[in-house]
Design a binder for this molecule. Structure first.
Ligand code: ACM
Length: 675
């Protein structure tokens, strides 16, 4: 078989399958796939075989895949991997025979062939095989009389070698099970770097045996990871082909270092854990030699704990206030001709880089560390804009894009998906410069996120981002991505992430006696505002409960998206079935208020929903009026349309830190009725 025979980037299976059959939803899309007639039957006899004695990590991976297959199909699959028995098997042929640390740029490719007689997975490395196992799991769908995997030949490899997810465990501490289940979901969509934001003004979350006051005074209630727990997560991630990048944010975002070690500070203490969120003044003093001795010790200890070659020193959001106010620091800046506070931070970064190197690591920092004097080996992670990533790559730095992938903005999957690390200002990079762009990272900052809500902010959006990082540019469109995303979201339920399962429970908590469908009508109609819209009604701290409607609601309402798609189809080609579905939804919005009325005062958590109910009823009425006009072929007079659009705009933002997303499809109806 030559590569030419492959159908590049299949969005849908061709007519090999009958229309009624369930088609696999692959995400990320493979580089190339050739679909063939026939299917492999997956029943209780399914098992895994190995071409040669498997390396232990692969053996565990195969067992995990089988357990996962059992979970997602409900089939008892108890054959130990490697057994010989009847029934279709997945045969794994992996070239790697000893356990290797995963490295940036390693071979992650695999070839997966499924035939009616069985499946074959071939790879040079264990991580390649692990990726292939996930693709195999996505291929399995219910067929006519059993589960099946369609016949196919897939040749796959990632577009970018660095496909990360950052989790901030400082703003809110994330216990070990939260990390584990998100690593499980990362593996599912081939994300391969877990960026662990471990230290900040709000917490120092890792045990230091050398400087124990860091975690002892930098956290309360034991909300840090012991080194044994860190090692557990490192092994857990390694098993899933995921590298772990630790971040120790310095010289700013360091208040928790200064509680126990105030001698490192740029201003006299005392310091304490900062319970609120934002950019604060505390910063290490770059003019003190004992600061570098301390950092040397800390990096030495942490470099031995975290095996990855890369070490992130943060470097973001240093406001320079303490440096400006300190005469000795100002004198140092003049004496060393550093010009200003930015020059002082560049001096600090150069000193720290030597220490990072000394302990065998490569340094990384946020885009603030970019400076003409910075050694070129330092990797730049751009978060403030896309341009800085292009500048970094042009000036010789390896670079990552996180701008555009900030999950705390609660943008749609489509908006993230449209951001391409090599698009925008990176479009005109030379091939040599573009090769420095290693990929990107989705970033989950947790100011407004708890262990209960975090999964719903990460998933399923990060599967779309994972596709952006893995699949060839242009592999799919926003619409093509959305065609698969709902299925992938449901599939991730079987990994134990709680983005779907917590939703109804959190809604029911608002009013325990209210029928859940009434609460769901409200929850489905709204979307929470992102970080920019959140701190309007109150100042949040680590102890603010995150149990309101805004926390239960998902970043992107799937029912509203579906309705918008349906309205668009209906407006392009009106049909009775679509009209009926749209009408029923609008009536549900209109009538929900009176049905919910008895429960509105039943609980303090229902306060946010009262006005939303009133607004939603009006939005439903406006939609029905427009739909009636469209149905009757009557034009909505311009003045009426203008008044209705004004009413919709007024009702889109009811307070409570949510928007009523339901306005979107109704606006389309009104605009169409006015034409
Ligand atoms: C950042 O978001 N301050 C890196």
């Amino acid at each position: 078989m030559t590569l030419r025979n492959f159908v590049l980037l299949p969005l849908v299976l061709p007519a090999l399958l009958q229309a009624a059959e369930v088609k696999p939803a692959l995400m990320p899309l493979p580089r190339a796939a050739e679909w063939r007639p026939g299917t492999m039957r997956i029943d209780t006899r399914f098992h895994v075989t190995f071409a040669s004695r498997p390396e232990a990590r692969l053996q565990r991976g195969a067992r995990r895949m089988t357990e996962q297959l059992s979970r997602q199909t409900g089939l008892p699959l108890d054959a130990p991997a490697g057994t010989t028995r009847p029934g279709a098997a997945l045969a794994i042929d992996c070239g790697e025979t000893t356990d290797q640390p995963d490295t940036l740029g390693q071979d992650e490719s695999y070839r997966l062939e499924v035939t009616p007689a069985g499946a074959r997975l071939k790879s040079a490395t264990v991580v390649g095989a692990l990726h292939g196992l996930q693709t195999f799991l996505q291929l399995v769908v219910p067929g006519e009389d059993s589960f099946v995997a369609p016949s196919v030949v897939i040749e796959d490899a990632p577009r970018f070698p660095w496909r990360g997810l950052l989790i901030d465990v400082t703003s809110h501490f994330m216990p070990i099970p939260v990390i584990e289940r998100n690593l499980d979901a990362m593996e599912a969509v081939k994300l391969n770097v877990f960026h662990w934001h471990l230290t900040d003004d709000q917490g120092f979350r890792v045990e230091s045996k050398l400087y124990p006051k860091l975690h002892q005074l930098g956290t309360t209630n034991g909300e840090f990871y012991s080194q044994a727990e860190i090692r557990h997560i490192l092994a857990y991630a390694h098993d899933r082909g995921i590298r772990v990048l630790p971040e120790f944010d310095m010289p700013g975002h360091s208040a928790t270092w200064l509680i126990g070690y105030p001698e490192l500070a740029s201003a006299p203490g005392p310091y304490s854990i900062i319970r609120t969120f934002g950019v604060y003044d505390p910063a290490l003093d770059p003019t003190k030699e004992e600061v570098y001795r301390f950092i040397d010790g800390l990096i030495g200890e942490m470099a031995a704990l975290f095996p990855d070659r890369y070490f992130h020193i943060g470097g973001d959001e240093v406001n320079g206030k303490q440096w400006k106010a300190n005469p000795a620091i100002q004198a140092f800046i003049r004496r060393h001709d550093l010009k200003n506070e930015a020059g002082l931070q560049a001096y600090f970064n150069r000193r720290v880089e030597v220490l990072v190197k000394k302990h065998g690591k490569e340094m990384m920092g946020w885009d603030e560390v970019l400076h003409p004097d910075l050694p070129k080996g330092i990797m730049i992670e751009s978060w403030r804009d896309h341009e800085s990533m292009a500048v970094a790559a042009r000036s010789g730095h390896p670079a990552l894009l996180s701008w555009g992938y900030y999950l705390d903005h609660l943008d749609s999957a489509g908006k993230h998906y449209d951001v391409d690390p090599l698009g925008g200002p990176a479009k005109d990079l030379t091939p040599e410069q573009a090769a420095r762009v290693m990929g990107g990272e989705a970033c989950m900052w947790t100011e407004f996120t708890s262990p209960e809500t975090i999964d719903s902010r990460i998933w399923p959006k990060s599967a779309a981002i994972a596709e952006r990082f893995w699949s060839p540019a242009g592999a799919s469109t926003r619409a093509g991505m959305y065609q698969r995303l709902d299925r992938v979201s449901d599939w991730l339920d079987w990994r134990g992430v709680t983005h779907n399962s917590n939703y109804l429970a959190m809604l029911q908590r608002l009013a325990p006696d209210a029928p859940i469908d009434l609460l769901k009508t409200i929850g489905d109609a709204v979307e929470p505002l992102g970080i920019e819209g959140r701190e309007i009604t109150q100042v949040y701290s680590q102890s603010t409960p995150l149990n309101r409607l805004v926390d239960a609601a998902r970043a992107e309402s799937v029912p509203v998206r579906h309705l918008r798609e349906l309205v668009e189809r209906y407006l392009a080609a009106p049909d009775a079935a679509s009209e009926n579905t749209i009408r029923r939804q609008l009536e549900r919005w209109r009538d929900n208020r009176s049905r919910l009325e008895p429960f509105l005062a039943s609980s303090f958590l229902m306060k946010d929903t009262e006005l939303i109910s009133v607004y939603l009823a009006r939005i439903g009425e406006i939609g029905l009026e427009a739909l009636d006009a469209l149905h009757g072929g009557r034009r909505l007079p311009a003045a009426a349309a203008e008044s209705r659009l004004g009413a919709l705009a007024k009702r889109e933002k009811p307070g409570g830190e949510v928007v009523i997303a339901a306005v979107g499809p109704v606006r389309l109806l009104v605009e169409a009725a006015a034409k």
